[in-house]
Design a protein around this ligand. Structure first.
Ligand SMILES: [Zn+2]
Length: 137
């Protein structure tokens, strides 16, 4: 899949996946807003500067791109066919960073919620996931 897109198109895709304020993140933001949750954005004093922070629920939420953050079993979680070793190193670094961010937050008493990019396309499913994560019984 990756190797049929042009380099320009690919770098556009990647910058979109990597950047802050990307579409999946906006989708999650507006869903959380519609459900009436109060949150803040990109709280820098917390480890990993979580994308959405729900202070009342002590929950930090990350919207992860499936490619960069390695969503296991997801079709977006492929490995490009060239420079395989370099990609693996990049991925390992990302995954290790995510893990240490999560441990840091949990150590401070925060719950960590992850929404994957591929989950943001199904709005009913997304609403359900948000409610489960933010209103656990
Ligand atoms: Zn995914």
């Amino acid at each position: 899949m990756a190797d049929i897109v042009s380099p320009a198109r690919r770098s556009e895709m990647m910058s979109r996946i990597r950047g802050k304020g990307t579409k999946p993140e906006l989708v999650v933001r507006s869903a959380a807003h519609r459900l009436g949750f109060r949150f803040r954005l990109h709280v820098r004093k917390l480890p990993g500067s979580p994308d959405l922070v729900f202070p009342g629920r002590k929950t930090a939420l990350f919207v992860h791109g499936c490619f960069w953050h390695r969503h296991e079993g997801c079709p977006y979680c492929y490995v490009p066919k060239s420079n395989i070793q370099i990609w693996h190193e990049k991925f390992e670094k990302n995954v290790a960073r995510d893990r240490s961010v999560q441990a840091g937050l949990e150590g401070m008493g925060w719950r960590v919620a992850i929404i994957w990019e591929c989950e943001t396309t199904d709005s009913d499913g997304l609403h359900k996931r948000l409610k489960e994560m933010l209103c656990p019984r």
